[in-house]
Design a protein around this ligand. Structure first.
Ligand SMILES: [Zn+2]
Length: 675
C-alpha cells in the first residue's frame, strides 16, 4: 500500500477519499511540485504524472464545482516567479494552452473550431522556458520570463548573453515577441557531464540559467532561443505565419518547419511531424496547433484559462513496461549519490534498456518504486531512460535511501537545494574511479582500452588511484599481461593509448582533469584570452586579486573564477598537475602552424552569429587563426574585423561604434577562397 503522504501516484482508484479531501490533497501536491519545478528547477515528478494530478483535480472540480477553490492550480499557470528579480506585468497575453495527449482530441478541436477557410499553424512545442522579449524602436529593452502568466521576472541581462537573441532588430519597430529558450541535446550533454550530471534534462538547466543571479554564468551555458509569436504595434500581416516571416526579416530566429496547413490536411501533417520526432536535435514535448488568421482569433476569443483558437498536442514519451530488478545507488565523480533502477531488459526507441535513472531520493519516494515493482520507463531523445510511473508497486520492502556512501561508507550530506545527497570524502573510491573514467572517456582524453570496467580492475589491484598513475602503468606491464582478461595484446592497446594521450592538446587536457567549472568552454575562453598555458592560469589564480582578475574575462563568472582560484592553489591539485607535466603531457596550447599565407597577420577578428558553412562557428575562427589572425570573443577598439553571421546581435552595434570592418559570411568566403 502507498503511504497516505503520496496519494497521487499509488492511490488505488477503488477506494477514493471524499472529493473535498482529495481535492485539497491534490492542490497541495500540485503546488509543492510547481514550486520545486519553477523555483528550484528540480523535478521529482515526471511531466505526465504532473499532468495527471492536474487532470484529476480538474475532473473533480467539474463534478463538484461547489468545492473548487478560487485560486485552484487548475486556473493558474505554474509560476516561476522568484524574489531575486524585478517584476514586470506582461502587456501581451502569455496564456497557457489547453492540451491533450490524444491526436483524435486535437483533430476534434480543429473540427469544432475551424471554418472552411481556416488554416492551422503547426509548430513544435519546444520543451524549454518561455521568454518574452520587448523591443522598443528596434532595441531590446526587456526580457521577461513567463512568471505567473500575468507578471514575470525581468532577466534582460541574462537574455542578452544568449547568442540567438539580437539586442537590436533590423528595423526600429515596437514589437513584443514570445519565444522559448531551449538547449540542444548534444550541448546539454556535454555541459551537464562537465558539471557532474546534476541536471535532469535540458529544460531544467535552461530555466535555472535564465534565473541565474550572475549573467556571466548564464553566458557559459549553451542556451538558444526561438521566436513563436509576435505582437506588433502596427502590422499589415494578417496571419501568424506571415508575422513569423516578419520576425525573420527583423533578424529574429524562427523555426523554419512551422507550417500553416488547411484544417483538412492537419491529420497528415501531425503524422509527418511525429515521424521527425526521433531525429530532432532539441527537446520537444508535442505540437502547438493554432488558427493562423489573426482576425479569426479575435472572433474566437478565449476561456478563463486558455485561448479557444489554439491547442497543444502533447506527445507521450515512448514508454516501455518492465520490472525493477534492483535499485542501485552509486557515487559519481563529484560525490553526488544517484539512484538507478536495474530493469528486466525492455525494447525502447530502438534500443534495449536495462537501466533507468531514478533522479534522487525524493523521486523514488514520490513514485513509490521498489524492487519488484512493475514500472513504465521512458526514453526521450538522447537523454538517459527514466522510470516514469509505477503500475504495480509489488510486495517488496519499501526502498530506503542509504545514509552512507555506498562506496566509502562516509555519512552523506545534503546539497544546497536539499535534493541530492553527497559523499564528502575526497578519497572515496568511487569518486576516484569515476574521475579516472571521466579522464579516459572519448570526449576527454580518449584513451583506448580504459573503460569503466578495466579502470575498476586496475584500481582495485592498487595499480592506479590518481590520474598520474596511468602514466606509470608501463612499469607493471608483465604483471598486467598475466592478469585474467588482459593478455599482451590488450595491455599494449592500453599502454599505447596512454602514450598517445601525451600528444593531446592542452585545451583537451585541462577539462579532462575533472576540476569544478573547468570544462571545455571555460578552457577555450581562458586560452582565447591569452592564458595559453597552465602556468599562465596558475599565476593569475595565485595572485591576491586572482578572482577579480579572472572575472574580468568575458564569459567567466564569479563562481567559475572562485572555483578556478580555489582549485589551482590547492597543493594536491598542483602536485597532480606537476607530475603530469613531468610525464610529458601538454600544458601549453600549441599555436597551430599553418602552410597558408599569413594574410590575416596583425588582425583581430570577432566572429558572431550563425553560419551556413561554419558549424559550429569555431570553424570560421580556425580559418582566421590558420591565416595568422587572432580571434577574440568581444568587440573592442582593438578589434579589426567582425565576421557577422545570421542573428548577429549586440556585437554588430559595437563594431559599428568602433568602426570595425564588418563582413558577412559570403564576403568572408570570398576573402579566404584564394588562400
Ligand atoms: Zn564515498
Amino acid at each position: 500500500m502507498a503511504k497516505a503522504k503520496k496519494p497521487s501516484i499509488g492511490a488505488s482508484p477503488g477506494k477514493s477519499p471524499a472529493p473535498a479531501q482529495r481535492m485539497r490533497e491534490l492542490e497541495k501536491e500540485i503546488r509543492h511540485h510547481q514550486e520545486l519545478y519553477y523555483v528550484k528547477h528540480r523535478q521529482i515528478l515526471s511531466d505526465r504524472q504532473f499532468d495527471r494530478l492536474l487532470e484529476e483535480l480538474a475532473e473533480l472540480e467539474k463534478q463538484n464545482p461547489e468545492l473548487a477553490q478560487k485560486d485552484s492550480p487548475t486556473r493558474l499557470v505554474g509560476s516561476d516567479l522568484d524574489n531575486k528579480f524585478d517584476k514586470f506585468t506582461h502587456t501581451i497575453p502569455v496564456l497557457s494552452l489547453a492540451n491533450t495527449y490524444s491526436t483524435e482530441e486535437a483533430l476534434a478541436w480543429a473540427e469544432k473550431t475551424c471554418v472552411e477557410t481556416d488554416s492551422v499553424l503547426v509548430e513544435w512545442k519546444v520543451d524549454g522556458a518561455t521568454l518574452v522579449l520587448y523591443y522598443e524602436s528596434g532595441k531590446l529593452v526587456r526580457a521577461v520570463t513567463r512568471g505567473s502568466g500575468q507578471v514575470g521576472d525581468i532577466v534582460t541581462t541574462n537574455a542578452l548573453t544568449i547568442r540567438s537573441i539580437p539586442s537590436v532588430l533590423t528595423k526600429p519597430l515596437n514589437v513584443v515577441v514570445r519565444g522559448e529558450a531551449y538547449m540542444r541535446f548534444d550541448e546539454f550533454d556535454s555541459f551537464n557531464e562537465q558539471q557532474g550530471n546534476i541536471y535532469a534534462n535540458p529544460r531544467n538547466l535552461v530555466s535555472g540559467s535564465l534565473k541565474h543571479k550572475k549573467s556571466r554564468e548564464t553566458a557559459l551555458r549553451p542556451i538558444r532561443w526561438v521566436a513563436f509569436e509576435a505582437f506588433f504595434e502596427k502590422s499589415k500581416s494578417k496571419s501568424d505565419s506571415q508575422q513569423l516571416t516578419d520576425l525573420m526579416d527583423l533578424g529574429l530566429p524562427v523555426f523554419e518547419d512551422s507550417i500553416s496547413v488547411p484544417a483538412s490536411k492537419l491529420a497528415k501533417t501531425i503524422e509527418s511531424y511525429k515521424k521527425k520526432l526521433g531525429k530532432l536535435s532539441f527537446p520537444v514535448d508535442g505540437l502547438v496547433l493554432k488558427i493562423d488568421s489573426l482576425s479569426r482569433r479575435l472572433d474566437l476569443g478565449h476561456t478563463s484559462a486558455s485561448p479557444r483558437w489554439a491547442t497543444a498536442l502533447k506527445f507521450e514519451p515512448e514508454l516501455g513496461e518492465t520490472t525493477v530488478e534492483e535499485i542501485e545507488v552509486f557515487t559519481g565523480r563529484t560525490g553526488r549519490v544517484t539512484p538507478r533502477a536495474r530493469l528486466a531488459p525492455v525494447k525502447l526507441a530502438g534500443t534495449t534498456v536495462t537501466y533507468a535513472t531514478l533522479h534522487n531520493a525524493d523521486y523514488i519516494e514520490t513514485l513509490g518504486v521498489r524492487v519488484g515493482s512493475r514500472v513504465k520507463v521512458s526514453k526521450r531523445g538522447e537523454i538517459i531512460p527514466a522510470v516514469e510511473e509505477v503500475i504495480d508497486q509489488g510486495s517488496g520492502p519499501e526502498f530506503v535511501f542509504p545514509k552512507k556512501c555506498p562506496s566509502c561508507k562516509s555519512k552523506l550530506e545534503r546539497d544546497e537545494d536539499a535534493v541530492d545527497w553527497l559523499c564528502p570524502n575526497p578519497e572515496c573510491d568511487d569518486k576516484l574511479m569515476n574521475t579516472l573514467a571521466f579522464y579516459c572517456q572519448r570526449k576527454q582524453m580518449d584513451i583506448a582500452g580504459l573503460g569503466e570496467r578495466n579502470i575498476e580492475i586496475l584500481y582495485r589491484e592498487g595499480l592506479i588511484k590518481h590520474i598520474p598513475d596511468l602514466y606509470t602503468l608501463g612499469d607493471h606491464k608483465t604483471a598486467l599481461e598475466k592478469k585474467e582478461g588482459f593478455g599482451p595484446k590488450s595491455v599494449q592497446i592500453i599502454l599505447d593509448g596512454v602514450e598517445e594521450s601525451k600528444k593531446k592538446e592542452f585545451k583537451r587536457v585541462l577539462p579532462s582533469l575533472g576540476l569544478r567549472e573547468l570544462g571545455h568552454s571555460v578552457t577555450e575562453i581562458l586560452i582565447d584570452h591569452g592564458l595559453v598555458s597552465i602556468d599562465d592560469i596558475i599565476e593569475i589564480a595565485s595572485e591576491t586579486d586572482g578572482v577579480e582578475k579572472l572575472q574580468e574575462i568575458h564569459g567567466i563568472g564569479p563562481n567559475t573564477a572562485a572555483a578556478i582560484v580555489e582549485q589551482l592553489t590547492d597543493k594536491k591539485i598542483l602536485g597532480m598537475i606537476k607530475s603530469l607535466q613531468t610525464q610529458g603531457l601538454q600544458f601549453v596550447q600549441k599555436v597551430e602552424k599553418s602552410n597558408l599565407p599569413q594574410t590575416f597577420a596583425g588582425q583581430t577578428w570577432c566572429v558572431t552569429g550563425s553560419f551556413v558553412n561554419f558549424k559550429p562557428r569555431d570553424l570560421a575562427m580556425e580559418e582566421v587563426k590558420k591565416r595568422g589572425g587572432k580571434t577574440v570573443s568581444s568587440v573592442s577598439a582593438k578589434t579589426t574585423h567582425l565576421l557577422a553571421g545570421e542573428g548577429a546581435g549586440s556585437k554588430l552595434d559595437q563594431a559599428k561604434k568602433f568602426k570595425t570592418q564588418i563582413l558577412d559570411e559570403f564576403e568572408f568566403l570570398e576573402l579566404i577562397k584564394n588562400t
